[in-house]
Design a protein around this ligand. Structure first.
Ligand code: 13P
Length: 248
């Protein structure tokens, strides 16, 4: 049955909106925003990925919110100070976990093999990994994007067999206000779709209240992964509403 809100001329089976709060956000912001966002996201698969410190609190006070971690260890437990295991995320109510975010690839030197190991560990714990890929500006300018992404996909998905989401986040578009063009996004997502016919494909990188609707309407874009704008109550509400209107 068609969603009564479907007024965008675009009809998609599902729309994922993942909010990645990164190392931001407080209990106060959460309390201010969550009920508003939940209402806006009635037909959307909204996955909230706050800092690990906020997951348990969110689960307790807003039990219907679908939660994800921002990273996990490939190990199950042990002497790994500062790390979090997939089992621990499950323990506090996590359903998803982001792995291979470019900030983890850059700051923590996660390789494609590390990302694959984390994704497998997540799945073994019962989490659904959101596996991130994306090229640098130099690779983009050199016209090597698709070859680079192909290698990242091949190597980051080794032994990953169960359910997962794939997020394409061009590094040069993250937090810069420089979004990939709709043609770029369409080209990359159609390329990814050939390799992954049934995997939900998300776009991330400077998604905003102004551009979300157009990005979500692109063929083979099943959702968006949002950083900065997911910390702004009104902007993120608009993004959720844009996604909600597409679901039919
Ligand atoms: P911005 O939306 O702030 O560009 O961040 C994107 C991102 O890295 C989401 O994971």
């Amino acid at each position: 049955m068609m969603n009564e809100n479907a007024k965008t001329g675009v009809t998609k089976k599902t729309q994922y909106v993942v909010s990645n709060w990164k190392m931001n956000g407080t209990v106060a912001l959460l309390n201010e925003a969550i009920a508003i966002w939940q209402k806006a996201a009635s037909h959307v698969n909204w996955i909230f990925c706050p800092s690990a410190t906020l997951i348990s609190y969110t689960k307790t006070h807003f039990p219907d919110v679908i939660l994800g971690g921002q990273n996990c260890s490939a190990k199950t437990s042990g002497a790994f100070t500062g790390d979090i295991s997939a089992d621990q995320l499950v323990d506090v109510g996590g359903t998803y976990v982001i792995v291979g975010h470019s900030e983890c690839r850059q700051n923590h030197h996660d390789t494609n093999a590390d990302v694959a190991a984390k994704a497998v560990a997540a799945q073994q714990a019962g989490l659904i990994p959101i596996i991130c890929i994306g090229e640098s500006e130099a690779t983009y300018i050199a016209g090597q994007t698709l070859a680079y992404l192909k290698q990242q996909v091949d190597e980051s998905l080794v032994s990953v067999q169960g359910e997962f989401l794939l997020a394409y986040e061009p590094i040069w578009a993250i937090g810069t206000g420089k979004t990939a063009t709709l043609d770029d996004i369409a080209g990359v997502h159609s390329f990814l779709r050939e390799q992954l016919p049934t995997t939900p494909l998300l776009y991330g990188g400077s998604v905003s209240a102004d551009n979300a609707r157009a990005i979500l309407a692109v063929d083979n874009v099943d959702g968006v992964l949002v950083g900065g704008a997911s910390l702004k109550v009104a902007d993120f509400r608009t993004i959720l509403t844009s996604a909600d209107k597409n679901v039919g």
